[in-house]
Design a protein around this ligand. Structure first.
Ligand code: HEC
Ligand code: HEC
Length: 283
């Protein structure tokens, strides 16, 4: 091969390489490849400045830090959750407060000692109920706890109290993505093949619960009632043994949860089997 032919071949190769690279660059603008990761950028910043966009972080604002125009409402909402007896007395029919189950007014990350979190709840409603053919909004869901967990009455949607609660929920949900996968919300049921034994549940109740909740489950100055006329009624989420077991496993005895999976299931079977008021569905 002559020198010219070698040079010619090299030029051809280089030209093809450049043209090829150009074509694939242009194509990549229009064609989406299966494994291409879409980097989301925020409206204000570049991807580099906000690399965590899309990641859900627990960092709720406090009600006292709400902006002036919503601060009174957010604070009232928070106070209703902390002391429902005092701030929404007309709507409560037992001795519980929202925070009996939604610890710290729901400003927790759930999990161990967190009770039932409400951070981000405003980003996950309305929730479409398959079969019922309606979308349950936050007012309806909140009223569900008033009627059942609190054995009380429905708050008018435009009442001062309901407006305050929803404002509070919106505020502590600030920055969380609508319908994002907010992992700390919701009860995670215990996965176990153990058959709950309410008889053993009596022993556990006597050893580990009665000291605070009272021998008859009717509550003491330290802890709210677990059954009877002053506790949640039989329509409440907590009246479902699977829910109570999951809650007790992570949270009871209060601040020092130590129930095994089996103990939690047994004591829940006993507690939910005790007498409580019946929820009469209004038609
Ligand atoms: C006896 C315990 C208990 C009390 C008291 C209680 N709740 Fe609840 N609440 C629950 C349970 C259980 C759930 C269902 C959690 C789930 O489905 O994972 C729930 C769910 C909720 C939800 C929806 C949360 C979600 O993730 O979808 C809201 C909102 C709520 N409660 C508000 C309130 C308010 C406001 C009060 C006081 C007026 C209150 N709750 C009192 C037990 C309680
Ligand atoms: C050291 C005291 C203490 C012990 C022991 C204790 N609890 Fe509680 N429990 C509390 C307190 C306090 C609350 C309310 C928390 C709040 O208001 O922030 C509570 C709330 C509850 C609730 C939700 C509210 C209600 O009254 O229904 C359930 C259910 C519950 N406890 C079950 C149990 C079970 C089951 C045991 C035994 C395994 C137990 N607790 C042991 C102090 C205790």
């Amino acid at each position: 091969m002559g020198k010219n032919k070698v040079v010619f071949a090299l030029v051809i190769i280089v030209v093809f390489a450049i043209v090829g690279a150009g074509i694939s660059l242009i194509c990549s603008k229009f064609i989406k490849f299966g494994d291409v990761k879409i980097v989301e950028t925020s409206a204000q910043g570049s991807a580099a400045a906000k690399p965590m966009v899309g990641t859900i972080v627990f960092d709720p604002p406090l009600p006292q830090d709400a902006p002036a125009d919503i601060k009174d409402a957010a604070m009232l909402g928070y106070n209703i959750l902390m002391d429902t007896q005092k701030y929404a007395p007309g709507y409560v029919g037992n001795k519980l407060n929202c925070q009996s189950c939604h610890f710290k007014g729901g400003i927790t990350q759930g999990g161990k000692n967190g009770g039932l979190s409400l951070v981000g709840v405003a980003a996950t409603y309305p929730r479409y109920r398959k079969g019922l053919n309606y979308a349950e909004d936050l007012v309806t869901r909140t009223n569900d706890c008033f009627e059942k967990s609190m054995n009380g009455k429905l708050l008018p949607p435009d009442s001062k109290e309901m407006t305050a609660i929803v404002t509070y929920f919106q505020w502590i949900s600030k920055g969380l993505p609508i319908y994002g996968n907010i992992t700390w919300l919701g009860i995670k049921h215990i996965q176990s093949n153990h058959k709950p034994d309410p008889q053993n549940g009596i022993q556990i109740f006597t050893q580990k619960c009665a000291i605070c909740h009272g021998d008859n489950g009717a509550g003491t100055d330290i802890a709210p009632p677990l059954w009877g006329n002053n506790s949640f009624n039989d329509g409440a989420g907590m009246a479902n043994p699977e829910n109570l077991a999951a809650f007790a496993h992570l949270n009871m005895p209060f601040k020092n949860p130590d129930l095994t999976v089996e103990e939690a299931l047994d004591v829940a079977a006993f507690v939910t089997g005790q007498p409580r008021l019946h929820f009469a569905q209004k038609k």
